[in-house]
Design a protein around this ligand. Structure first.
Ligand SMILES: NCc1[nH]cc(CCC(=O)O)c1CC(=O)O
Length: 309
């Protein structure tokens, strides 16, 4: 596009077709229109991650949700895309840029079920496909039965309604976006259950050479969220070199100080490394890298298990 599309005023926003994706894309589109007056058209894209029946973990991670949208961007079929930031691979793709990171939604994990985790009966079946969640849940309730599940949030919650599972764990932000917030029985404090790096945040991406659109989309950017997720993702990228265990991380920028806490937990929940740091938000990347290096020095790299994503 972009000269032409900017002149036309209509921007094509590529989105996965799930309710969560179309809701978050719609919210970004509405905000962009409100701030710039540009009309945004949503273009539905089916990604490999949406059609495959295979366990996501066997496909090399959540990047499957992202690559189809990037391919459409590079082909010029769409002008920009909105991703859940936690699904973005840490390895940068030089063809695209994250032009904006909007204000983060609730970063916490949530339990959907009849009671809080502490009140579930021993042996209760709790569904989650995430090694990070299982490892941290085992630290809180070693006596429960953790069952791997996949599928969209609707499918997962359906297993609680049908009685197949006692409860499931999902991201609060995603539940809010699909209007299922009322079914949350517990929001885990970030201190007891560190979220996935980037959880609750979005990435607005466009082609790296599309200077006019990069500039336009910057109006959506929230610098505090950007600093926080930059630290979390730098930590994850550094750990990926030296560790294959579940990683949780949460950073917050209060406008002066960036606080970052992270954990690496053995998949059986038996051992973990956990560390915190704080520094200047402008040094977010170094903060994340340095904390990861300190965690590796404390043995994080030896906590072997499944990949985290
Ligand atoms: N991996 C799937 C995914 N990607 C983003 C979210 C939720 C929304 C978010 O974290 O931004 C979810 C579902 C979940 O983890 O419950």
């Amino acid at each position: 596009m972009s000269g032409e599309a900017l002149k036309l005023g209509v921007l094509r926003l590529g989105t996965r077709r799930s309710l969560m994706a179309t809701t978050q894309s719609g919210q970004v589109a509405d905000r962009l229109t409100a701030l710039t007056g540009h009309t945004v058209e949503l273009v539905g894209v089916t990604t490999f991650g949406d059609v495959t029946k295979t366990q996501l973990a066997q496909l090399g991670g959540t990047g499957v949700f992202v690559s189809a949208l990037r391919d459409k961007l590079i082909a010029g079929d769409i002008d920009f895309a909105v991703h859940s930031l936690k699904d973005l691979p840490t390895k940068p793709d030089p063809r695209v840029v994250i032009a904006a990171i909007p204000p983060r939604d609730d970063p916490r994990d949530a339990l959907v079920g009849p009671a809080a985790l502490a009140d579930l009966p021993p042996g209760a079946r709790v569904g989650t496909g995430s090694p990070r969640r299982v490892a941290q849940l085992r630290l809180l309730r070693p006596d429960l039965d953790y069952v791997p599940i996949r599928g969209n949030a609707d499918t997962r919650i359906g297993k609680v309604t049908s009685g197949e599972l006692s409860a499931v764990v999902l991201a609060a932000a995603g539940l809010g976006r699909i209007g299922r917030q009322a079914e949350i029985s517990q929001l885990f404090d970030v201190d007891e259950m560190l979220p996935a790096p980037g959880q609750g945040a979005l990435a607005v991406e466009c082609r790296a050479d599309d200077a006019a659109l990069v500039e336009l989309l910057a109006v959506l950017d929230d610098p505090r969220t950007r600093a926080a997720v930059t630290a979390e993702r730098a930590l994850l990228a550094t750990l990926e070199g030296g560790c294959h265990a579940p990683v949780g991380a949460y950073a917050a920028d209060d406008g002066h100080i960036l606080n970052l806490t992270a954990t690496v937990v053995a998949i059986d929940g038996a051992r973990s490394v956990r560390k915190s740091t704080a520094g200047d938000p402008s040094a977010a990347m170094e903060l994340g890298r340095d904390l990861a290096a300190a965690m590796i020095a404390e043995g994080a790299g030896t906590l072997m298990g499944e990949r985290t994503h």
